[in-house]
Design a protein around this ligand. Sequence first.
Ligand code: C2E
Ligand code: MN
Ligand code: MN
Length: 405
Amino acid sequence: MLSTLLYRSHICDDVPVKALENLLSKANKNNELNGVTGILLFNGTHFFQLLEGPEQAVKTIYDRICLDKRHHNLVELMRDYAPSRRFGNAGMELFDLRLHDRAKVLQAVLDKGTSKYQLTYDDRALQFLRTFVEARENQEYFEIPPAGYWNFVSDAGPDTNNRQLPEKEYSFAFQPIVDPLSQQIVSLEALMRNASGMNPLDYFDSLPKSDAYELDIKSKKVVFELAKKMGIEGLTLSINLLPMSLVMVPEAVNFLLQQIRANGLVPEQVVIEVTENEVISRPDEFALAIKQLKAAGISLAIDDFGAGSAGLLLLARFQPDRIKIDRFIITDVHKSGPKQAIVQAIIKCCDSLNIGVIAEGVEKPEEWMWLESAGISHFQGFLFATPGLEAIPAVAWPELNERAL
Ligand code: C2E
Ligand code: MN
Ligand code: MN
């Protein structure tokens, strides 16, 4: 099947443009052998390439292109299938936009085309091409520095990685949500740990439903007691709940409020995280429970946002105070055009509604740097801190690497 791949990238400073033609003619031999054709645009700073050919061949060539040291900040824009080639003539021509009259450059590019798509602007690939030629999205190309630009330096918190769960059925680990540039923990999320070592969600699943709801609520007593012991002044405390726990357990909200006060905390300090999927399965009952929480001063966060099937309408229906963008959107966001577009839409939407945005599951410096450029400032993930059992764990803070400057 004929597949199409589009990406853009940034030329490295030390690459002479003159050398490119040579390199490309070498690459072209290989492309031809594999039946891959396309076009490579260059505007003096960025490349934009369209690859067309058999799926596996395109993938293999793109993987090699990703390893090429002559460019960086590769962002994959589109991966799709097509009935015919748009640029089937040349192996892969290098088209330098600067050598053409501005007014005619788009037509000059399209003249290289081979198919009936030549002037069909509603073809997505050609739309991308046009956007690039007209430099319409330049301000969205966040050029992030290489990973080594920052050192991640752990603070003096305890090393909690090898802590064992004491002799009890369950307890909680705490993972910081941080503002890395101001080097501040903004919140702690309590994550259940149980004696069997099971993932908390599987653990709740393994219990009869009513027991799970009961445990979900009652276990939060332990969270608030630990919070008191650790001392969390100035921080918010995020707890996870199945939304149905709030609905099915009698007096659930009152119980939580009682425990919050009994441990010297205030409701305004507490954030309840519920996942998008659970919210939409019983929206009316959930709305009722949320009413009580909000009336008491407790905040609401939508967890794993973007992973379920609820979509943005959730923001209209439930007025969350925060959303946490799901890890699967965050992973490799710096390399994916579609993920970048999704994150930007979420940010824009949440800005208009004054909803705080947290990126969760951040593992790579590049992910963090891209998300900071996009306007997010609160993060959770192994890059900064892993959950600490019954403790606030050490946090690795980014510091500019003097040698990289
Ligand atoms: P969650 O609320 O989305 O919590 C984040 C999960 O991602 C945690 O897994 C955390 O350890 C993990 N995580 C954090 N940073 C990273 C990262 O950089 N990379 C990767 N790969 N993972 C990261 P955990 O502790 O296994 O919890 C799984 C889920 O269980 C939680 O997802 C939450 O939905 C649920 N859960 C935890 N505690 C409770 C609870 O007391 N009640 C309820 N109802 N659910 C809970
Ligand atoms: Mn959570
Ligand atoms: Mn989550």
